[in-house]
Design a protein around this ligand. Structure first.
Ligand code: TTP
Ligand code: MG
Length: 358
């Protein structure tokens, strides 16, 4: 998931009058009035050739004939705030979840939708819709068998796009793309690739490993060779304290009967509880993931006042959130259900804190 023209879109949300005309977020260096570079620009400005990284003076030249263009200084605090809200939503949709920048993250959804991509587009649509409704931002999502392909897919469907690449379509999708679309092939690398006859990603398939190694060294050669084949085995990894523990199961049959669903929730509660126990941690936030018989994915979460690691508490909260959802959707039946814990702290630190307070 990658947010569209992120900093500029944040500014459009703060001041909707800026929509529909070129808007540029600038990093002013302060040396003279217009010295500095463009951080990002909305699509209206991009239509005039404006790109991240070009001098502000150049952008002004491109937009000479568009006096209604707006140039704004960066407001990183606001963008970080928006980013946090988006990521709090996104992490409910993947397990594991990995944030890799202010405006991008990866979600492992295999355990949620299964191996066959069934329901993956609905899941992505729900995520897009929730981010748009709650925060107001549009984003683009690529769904693929690995992170490399998902990233390229999201880049090719911008803005407000959704692109699914199934295993059988990998080479057909990758080969015609220009080589610059491959992560790691920057401005300097493009002419080097070109001198080897590589203009498209597919052209890489024509070079043998020896030739690649001679030109790029062993590590990069291996990366290019694999990437051109759509191979990437780097897993989605939780980062730092943002880790979460979760488990999703399929109900024996589709149901909206809380007593029936509770038997599955009991099973999951024990599992996540034991994993917390093993690691000696307590949680503050519990979320449920609810996948309906129409393969629509919903999530609900609750942050509790005091930390917990009680089996009873997990089950209780899980049931409560599920019941609230079922009341809101009286005709919906659930097919799969999951629980996710986050906001961890080690149980030890709590003990020592309470001792200290005594
Ligand atoms: P990107 O996701 O690369 O760009 P974007 O979100 O503006 O546009 P797109 O719709 O193509 O995704 O980067 C995210 C933010 O990082 C961007 O809004 C501003 C900042 N940024 C810079 O400050 N300088 C840069 O050169 C780039 C590429 C991004
Ligand atoms: Mg972006």
């Amino acid at each position: 998931m990658d947010l569209d023209y992120f900093f500029a879109q944040c500014e459009e949300i703060r001041n909707p009058q800026l929509r529909g005309k070129p808007l540029l977020v600038c990093v002013y260096s302060g040396r003279s009035e217009d010295s500095g570079v463009i951080s990002t620009a909305n699509y209206e400005a991009r239509n005039f050739g404006v790109k991240s990284g070009i001098p502000i003076i150049t952008a002004k030249k491109y937009l000479k004939k568009v006096p209604e263009s707006t140039f704004l200084p960066m407001d990183r605090d606001m963008y970080s705030d928006m980013s946090e809200k988006v990521m709090a939503i996104a992490r409910e949709f993947g397990d594991p979840f990995e944030q890799t920048g202010l405006d991008e993250c990866y979600l492992e959804i295999t355990r949620i939708v299964g191996n066959d991509f069934e329901g993956s587009e609905d899941l992505a649509d729900s995520l897009k819709e929730k981010i748009r409704k709650v925060v107001g931002l549009t984003c683009s999502i690529g769904i693929a068998p690995n992170k490399l392909l998902a990233k390229i897919a999201s880049d090719t469907c911008k803005p407000d796009g959704l692109k699914l690449i199934k295993s059988k379509d990998i080479l057909g999708f990758l080969s015609p793309l220009s080589i610059g679309k491959l992560p790691g092939v920057g401005k300097k690398m493009v002419p080097r690739m070109s001198s080897l006859g590589v203009k498209k990603i597919g052209d890489l398939l024509e070079l043998d490993e020896e030739e690649l190694t001679r030109n790029f060294g062993k590590n990069q050669a291996l990366y290019f060779h694999n990437a051109a084949h759509g191979i990437d085995n780097v897993p989605v990894k939780e980062r730092g304290e943002a880790e979460q523990i979760g488990r999703i199961v399929t109900l024996k049959e589709d149901s909206n009967d809380i007593e029936f669903i509770k038997t599955s929730l009991e099973l999951i509660s024990v599992d996540v509880y034991e994993r917390c126990q093993e690691r000696g941690i307590t949680f503050r936030t519990l979320g449920v993931i609810l996948i309906t018989n129409e393969i629509k994915t919903h999530s609900r979460s609750r942050t509790i006042d005091s930390r917990s690691n009680s089996k009873q508490k997990i089950l209780e909260l899980g049931c409560e959130l599920t019941e609230i959802f079922l009341r809101e959707h009286p005709t919906t039946k659930l097919r799969r259900i999951g629980i996710k814990l986050s906001g961890f702290e080690s149980a030890d630190s709590q003990v020592s804190l309470s001792q200290f307070m005594d």
